[in-house]
Design a protein around this ligand. Structure first.
Ligand code: SF4
Ligand code: FES
Length: 229
C-alpha cells in the first residue's frame, strides 16, 4: 500500500483515494464543511485547503499520491480557514445561542476548532423568510452555507431533486424545486436522507427542537477536531 505524509505522519491510501478520504480512513481530521463520506466531493467551501508539496489544493478533490507531503493544521492554513468561516458567519444569520442545531452544527464546531472568537467583518443580516409549509419539516434559509449536501442527498440518495442552488456568486441561494417554491409542494419526506444531512440549522424537524440538552450534544461530547465530524 502507498503512503503520503500528513503533518509529518505516514498515512496509507488506496489508488484513487483523495487526500481527504485517506486521512478520514486513518482517523485524521481535515477541516471541511461541504465534504461528506457518503457523497461525491463538491469542492466548494475550501475549508479543506491543504498545502500538498507546497501547492494549495482542496483535500476533498485532490488524489493522494505516494510520498506527497501534506500540511494540514498549520497556523497559516487555520488562519485562512478562520477567515473563510468569518465570511460564512456574516453572510448569513447565525444566532448560535437560539439555534436548535447548536452543538450539532458543523459550522459552529469548526469555528470553535479554528479558534474563531469574533465575526471580524460587518454582518450582512440578509432577510430570508423561513418555509414552514411542510407538515414535518422547517427550512430556515438564513443559515444556509451553500454546501449542496441536501442537493446531492436528495438527488443521489433519495432520487427526488427537491433542492437546488440558484443564482451566482454572492446572489447564490438555495431553492426548493416546486413551482410555488414551497417545500410542501414537493415529495419531500422527513425520512429522506436529505432531511438529516444539513450540517447547519437549515433543514429542521418540527416538534423535536431542543430535545437534547446542552452538554450532551454531538460536539459537546466530541469536538470536531477529535473525531466528532
Ligand atoms: S440547506 Fe444545509 S445541506 Fe443544503 S446547501 Fe444549505 S447548508 Fe448545505
Ligand atoms: S470540504 Fe473540500 S472544499 Fe469543502
Amino acid at each position: 500500500m502507498s503512503t503520503f505524509f500528513l503533518d509529518g505522519d505516514e498515512i496509507p491510501f488506496e489508488p484513487g483515494q483523495t487526500i481527504m478520504e485517506a486521512a478520514h480512513a486513518a482517523g485524521r481530521y481535515l477541516p471541511h464543511l461541504c465534504w461528506h463520506p457518503d457523497f461525491e466531493p463538491h469542492g466548494s467551501c475550501k475549508l479543506c485547503t491543504v498545502k500538498a508539496d507546497e501547492r494549495l489544493v482542496s483535500a476533498c478533490t485532490t488524489a493522494a499520491q505516494a510520498g506527497m507531503s501534506v500540511e494540514n493544521r498549520t497556523p497559516e492554513l487555520d488562519d485562512k480557514r478562520r477567515t473563510l468561516l468569518q465570511m460564512l458567519f456574516v453572510e448569513g444569520n447565525h444566532f448560535c445561542p437560539s439555534c436548535e442545531k447548536s452543538g450539532h452544527c458543523l459550522l459552529q464546531a469548526t469555528a470553535y476548532e479554528m479558534g474563531m472568537t469574533t465575526p471580524h467583518f460587518d454582518m450582512f443580516y440578509p432577510d430570508r423568510p423561513v418555509d414552514a409549509s411542510h407538515p414535518d419539516m422547517l427550512l430556515d434559509f438564513n443559515r444556509c452555507i451553500l454546501c449542496e449536501l441536501c442537493v446531492r442527498a436528495s438527488r443521489d440518495a433519495d432520487g427526488k431533486n427537491v433542492f437546488a442552488l440558484s443564482g451566482r456568486g454572492i446572489a447564490s441561494h438555495l431553492i426548493v424545486n416546486a413551482e410555488s417554491g414551497r417545500l410542501a409542494d414537493t415529495g419531500f419526506s422527513k425520512d429522506d436522507r436529505a432531511a438529516s444531512i444539513c450540517p447547519v440549522g437549515v433543514i429542521l424537524r418540527k416538534r423535536v427542537g431542543f430535545a437534547v440538552p446542552i452538554g450532551s450534544r454531538k460536539y459537546d461530547l466530541t469536538p470536531v477536531g477529535e473525531g466528532g465530524a
